[in-house]
Design a protein around this ligand. Structure first.
Ligand SMILES: [Zn+2]
Length: 128
């Protein structure tokens, strides 16, 4: 959580150059309108950045993961301090899973590697 908070504070600093550029380059218009323009530009950019920060989305692979503290691993049955589950990936959506399964770090990685190999084989089978 602390890392996410630092990332969010850093993201707020990135909005400063946008505000400064609007104040400098739009000096012909009223300061209120300059600020509105700066906020619209910032909103267009930072909506996506904030979404990534708070959803923990891996943008490059289009994956969304959920973590939960104090779980019993769905595979090995051990109690884990932190559990993981893949919520969304390309052609995979468990957003509204009624009984989400969390796994310990090791089992999560093993399942992910296994599922990834299966998805890769499925894609290869679909190719002509
Ligand atoms: Zn496990």
């Amino acid at each position: 959580m602390f890392r996410k908070y630092l990332l969010y504070l850093l993201r707020w600093q990135l909005s400063t150059p946008i505000l400064a550029a609007c104040v400098i380059f739009l000096s012909a218009i009223h300061p209120t309108w300059r600020t509105i323009v700066a906020n619209v530009i910032g909103g267009l950019i930072f909506f996506w950045v904030d979404r990534w920060i708070f959803n923990r989305t891996n943008i490059l692979r289009g994956e969304l993961w959920e973590t939960q503290f104090g779980v019993v691993c769905a595979d090995c049955g051990k109690e884990a301090e932190k559990g993981y589950r893949l919520v969304k990936a390309p052609r995979y959506d468990r957003t509204y899973d009624r009984k989400p399964e969390f796994r310990c770090h090791e089992c999560s990685r093993a399942k992910y590697a296994g599922d990834r190999a299966t998805r890769k084989a499925d894609r290869a089978a679909l190719r002509p």
